[in-house]
Design a protein around this ligand. Structure first.
Ligand SMILES: [Zn+2]
Length: 380
């Protein structure tokens, strides 16, 4: 049992000065609203956080790797290394995203990562591809893009043993709407992305069950005032959560502000889309089958034709949401934790500082850098 005292608790909708008590791997209790200072229970260990922010552990639903390794390998030790790096930077729950690859490569990676998920290191697997638009393929290997293949998808679901949680696809491809319906029936979240779809086609995908926009704006038909495309169609639909890469490179801060104004923090999930170079500095890397060059922290395909993921952590995405986008800290925390948790169907267990939920939390300094990370009631 640990009681954090003298905290600025970042709760859904408010910042409350007071205390928070954990018991085992759970949040047990927290200061009631309006309580006078110094009322914390004095049982168990007391940990004075000296007025710092305490926020829920971040949830990253779209991330490819870090620390020199990619989830694409499907290897348990590499996945653990990437997950550990991101955990040290505030991500207490992570998906593992795979880029487009050959059928054999994806089957092997999904199968390997299913084991990693069963061990609790990752929350599940996100297939980004391979059923994507060639016109909007970004950093995906165009050689392996293919139309939706229901038989292959069912094999991947099987290989995932319940841990394949999300697939990004382009709804304009032949058979895509049927694949959305199949995914939903298999308990896999369908996301629209890497797409050249019209607004009308995107709405059809939402009607078929798609509930997420993969990195809104990036690798999507751009907004036109006579055809809002996937951006406007997903922003306008209250059923859809939109992912945002808030690294200041993929989406301008003014545009991010517009997204939050349109959809609210309850429908915007901050993601990293981080790749292997994250935490490694500039150099040459691989993303799936593609060569990536990182210069000044920006990841580009070696031929310079596309951005190739980011090198940020959720701590960066969160901090920028406050300092650059101008969100109140509790809204930034919602977009970094509760909203993505809800997207995964995990909001009863994680995503906010509420009694009964998992004791996954972070202590932030005044400049919003992550200084301490608690996962399952234990400090890292
Ligand atoms: Zn990605």
């Amino acid at each position: 049992m640990t009681t954090l005292v003298n905290a600025r608790l970042v709760l859904p909708g408010e910042v409350r000065h007071g205390w928070l008590r954990t018991a085992g791997d759970r949040i047990a209790e927290l200061a009631p609203p309006g309580e006078a200072p110094g009322q914390a229970p004095s049982t168990g260990e007391v940990d004075d956080v000296a007025g710092r922010y305490v926020v829920p552990g971040f949830v990253d639903v779209h991330v490819h790797g870090a620390a020199g390794v990619s989830y694409q390998s499907g290897l348990a030790d590499e996945a653990a290394r990437a997950a550990r790096f991101h955990r040290e930077h505030g991500t207490t729950t992570t998906m593992a995203s795979l880029v487009t690859g050959s059928p054999q490569e994806l089957a092997k990676a999904v199968s390997g990562l299913a084991e990693v998920a069963a061990d609790g290191v990752i929350a599940g697997v996100h297939l980004e591809g391979p059923y994507l638009s060639a016109a909007r393929c970004g950093a995906h290997d165009p050689a392996w893009l293919r139309p939706p293949d229901p038989a292959e998808f069912r094999d991947l679901v099987q290989a995932g043993r319940g841990h394949l949680r999300m697939i990004t696809l382009a709804p304009e491809l032949p058979g895509a709407l049927e694949l959305v319906r199949t995914a939903v029936s298999e308990g896999v979240i369908a996301a629209v992305g890497h797409t050249d779809a019209t607004a009308a086609r995107t709405r059809e995908a939402i009607e078929a069950g798609a509930r997420v926009a993969t990195h809104l704006f990036n690798a999507m038909r751009p907004v036109h005032h006579r055809d809002g495309g996937p951006v406007v169609a997903t922003l306008n639909d209250p059923r859809v959560t939109v992912e945002l890469i808030n690294d200041g490179v993929h989406v301008d801060a003014d545009v991010a502000r517009l997204v939050f104004a349109a959809a609210g923090a309850g429908r915007v999930a901050l993601i990293t889309d981080a790749m292997a170079a994250t935490g490694m500095g500039d150099g040459d890397y691989r993303l799936g089958g593609m060569d990536v060059r990182v210069r000044d922290g920006r990841a580009l395909l070696a031929d310079g034709t596309s951005i190739a993921g980011s090198t940020i952590t959720m701590a960066d995405a969160f901090r920028r949401a406050v300092t650059d986008v101008g969100l109140p800290v509790e809204q930034a925390a919602r977009a970094a934790a509760l909203t993505p948790a809800g997207m995964l169907g995990l909001a009863d267990d994680i995503g906010s500082l509420e009694p009964g939920k998992r004791a996954d939390l972070l202590v932030l300094d005044d400049d919003l850098t992550v200084t301490r990370v608690m996962k399952n009631g234990r400090w890292l």
